[in-house]
Ligand binder design. Sequence first.
Ligand SMILES: Cc1ncc(C[n+]2csc(CCOP(=O)(O)OP(=O)(O)O)c2C)c(N)n1
Ligand code: SF4
Length: 242
Amino acid sequence: MKKIIKRPRALKDVPTHYCPGCGHGIAHRLVAEVIDDLGIREKVIAVAPVGCAVIAYDYWDFDCSEAAHGRALAVATAIKRVRPENIVFTYQGDGDLAAIGANETLHAANRGENLTVIFINNAIYGMTGGQMAPTTLLGQTTVTTPDGRISQIHGYPLKISEILATLPGVKYVERVSLTSPPEIIKAKIAIKQAFKNQMDKIGFSLVEILSACPTYWGMSANDALSWMKGTMSKEFPLGRIK
Ligand SMILES: Cc1ncc(C[n+]2csc(CCOP(=O)(O)OP(=O)(O)O)c2C)c(N)n1
Ligand code: SF4
């Protein structure tokens, strides 16, 4: 019998700590599949975030470094400049990339570093208990916005991909979603493109992945997918931004 699906070589055979219905596990697998497909496992260096994916290096079977919260792109810049022959990527949540790391993100993008960024937007801080993130939707209830996010008090959801796309140093930005198998296939294609761009020395490439956090959205896994399709994707439209 022909085997049509198997565990990627770049993904360790271990259970993850992620909640049922969480998007991180799917995103990890997609990254691992792309690394296998491109044959770059021996050349890749990942920079893991602070957030629920803080121990991504326990799940990926390639070289990884950890960075302090928000500093992944500063660390990745240093690694890539010292070892330009390696393929360097960051994997960051919205708290990591768009809140505490907004400064590093903006400047690494503006410098046009030849890096790949995997940006997990789950509209909330997962690891620390479901506080508002820069990406939290207006009206969305979180631990720190019990009456919902209110623009006059908390500002508007930050569209980090659209902001970065205005910078000349940024070469590729695409927003994808993990809501259904066809969307997951599109996500994989975008991740592969972002890695290929680095291999071809094209420059800074970012894939924003809309990802469920059923635990701190207070939803079942199914309802979380419906909310992503019906509400979250309206605030964060899918597709190629640059
Ligand atoms: C300098 C600093 N500030 C705050 C924290 C606490 N902290 C750890 S993870 C986190 C939120 C992470 O959220 P996100 O990046 O969206 O990732 P998720 O857990 O949702 O995947 C915060 C605030 C920290 N570790 N370091
Ligand atoms: S808290 Fe949210 S982001 Fe963190 S593992 Fe659970 S579902 Fe995923």
